[in-house]
Design a protein around this ligand. Structure first.
Ligand SMILES: Cc1cc2nc3c(=O)[nH]c(=O)nc-3n(C[C@H](O)[C@H](O)[C@H](O)COP(=O)(O)OP(=O)(O)OC[C@H]3O[C@@H](n4cnc5c(N)ncnc54)[C@H](O)[C@@H]3O)c2cc1C
Length: 404
């Protein structure tokens, strides 16, 4: 017997679980399948290596669907300032300039996911299957059938692929991608400093790649050191003491003295874009649809906008008496999101190329850019609003409006 749902979501990471919560209390029946149960939270745990800078738009989405309070109750670090510099140019953004208390929040990915999966349990129209391992996915004539390892079989009028960059659903549906690897890896180093972190993120651009410092709660911080794959490989072989010495030599004094390394991880950087976000009976969201250079921390932020937009499109269609699996309905979601995401990917690529380059004309250009951003207040405020996710056409949830 196959269990039939209106919406079957494959992948309960931050983005898939947001789609589910956004459909909570609606007339649609929803199943959310996640293969791994995230470890429960306790305050004495070290910070995870995977953290994200959540924009104000993301915070608004999470608040409107009822998951934000739980994040705040666990652990997060708000920041109101962002300093960006390179050899000569320097600029600092401050949210108070545009009357916001914060520019964003640094939150561990697991905490966001835990808050969302917990919120899912409040909705009687959502069935959460977690941990649930998928044995088989079949896609035929616009219909997806998922078989779990315990033999259970599920299908949805539409199936949402929220199963990350390697999306099995996307591959099963034969949706191709354009992709390439950046010649940089991101090394993430969780550190303890000699003083409590402030309300500021730091980002310095050098030719080998950006160097960023994200504040975490207490005396903790997350350093993201972009470099060539070879350089990251070498750094990973160092003892923690030797790594502290290298960081002290490389990173500016303003971070405070690094007293301890708590963990190290590295990630290859890839750009990937699905050739289409939708197919008959299928919609892709988050990293399943797009992976972008994380240098400005926008990946999950655009993923949460996908989630909010897809939920809104589906509920609008259902209320209007349309079939939610109709390709015209799904195409509407694609029209609203694909170009927006492509623009963001293009801007990130431009940053990558302009800043990771020793050429003199580009050096002049980027110093000019930072200088202009510093001097021209409307331009500076527009850049800041962009980083906060407040520019462009926003789905209702990102504006704090209900979609039910
Ligand atoms: C170094 C680095 C720093 C970053 N920093 C930021 C940042 O500051 N801000 C930001 O916005 N973004 C950032 N990102 C990007 C961000 O991490 C991703 O965009 C985000 O994790 C994507 O979320 P997702 O839910 O789409 O996919 P994922 O996080 O990949 O989640 C997919 C989920 O699907 C589940 N799954 C997969 N396959 C199956 C299956 N077959 N069955 C059931 N479940 C399945 C997985 O277990 C997982 O839970 C960063 C990325 C990197 C590499």
């Amino acid at each position: 017997m196959t269990e039939e749902y209106d919406v079957l979501i494959v992948g309960g990471g931050m983005v898939g679980a947001t789609v589910a919560c956004a459909l909570g209390n609606s007339a649609l029946s929803v199943a959310l399948v996640e293969q791994t149960s995230p470890a429960t939270f306790s305050p004495e745990q070290d910070h995870d290596m995977r953290v994200s800078a959540l924009s104000i738009a993301s915070q608004q989405i999470l608040q409107t669907i009822g998951a934000w309070e739980a994040i705040i109750d666990m652990r997060s670090c708000p920041f109101k300032r962002m300093r960006v510099w390179e050899t000569a140019g320097d600029t600092e953004f401050n949210s108070t300039a545009i009357d916001y208390d914060e520019l964003g929040y640094i939150v561990e990915n697991r905490i966001t996911q835990l808050a969302l999966l917990d919120r899912v349990k409040d909705f009687s129209n959502i069935t959460l299957l977690c941990p649930a391992s998928i044995e088989n996915i079949q896609y035929q004539d616009g219909k997806t059938q998922v078989t779990l390892a315990d033999g259970k079989s599920l299908s949805g009028k539409i199936t949402v692929g929220a199963d990350g960059g390697q999306s099995r659903l996307r591959q099963t549906a034969n949706i191709g991608v354009t992709s390439w690897d950046y010649q940089q890896h991101a090394m993430v180093i969780n550190v303890e400093t000699d003083y409590e972190q402030q309300d500021i993120t730091w980002q310095r651009f050098v030719a080998t790649g950006p160097q960023a410092f994200l504040p975490l709660s207490g005396k903790n911080g997350s350093i993201v050191w972009y470099n060539t794959p070879e350089a990251v490989k070498r750094l990973k072989t160092l003892s923690y003491d030797a790594l502290i010495t290298e960081m002290t030599e490389t990173f500016p004094d303003c971070l405070g003295k690094i007293t301890k390394v708590l963990g190290v991880a590295s990630f290859p950087l890839k750009r990937q874009h699905a050739q289409t976000y939708v197919n008959q009976g299928i919609a892709l969201v988050g990293d399943a649809a797009h992976m972008i250079n994380p240098l400005a921390g926008q990946g999950v932020n655009i993923g949460l906008l996908d989630a909010a937009c897809l939920a809104e499109v589906l509920l609008d269609a259902d209320r209007a008496g349309k079939n939610i699996a109709d390709i015209d309905v799904l195409k509407r979601y694609e029209r609203l999101r694909r170009n927006e995401n492509l623009k963001m990917m293009t801007v990130m690529d431009a940053f990558y190329r302009i800043f990771s380059n020793k050429s003199m004309p580009l050096k002049i250009l980027r110093n000019l850019g930072l200088g202009l951003a510093e001097r021209i207040t409307p331009l500076k405020n527009k850049v800041m609003r962009g980083a906060m996710g407040l520019e462009g056409r926003l789905p209702k949830l990102a504006k704090g409006e209900s979609i039910l």
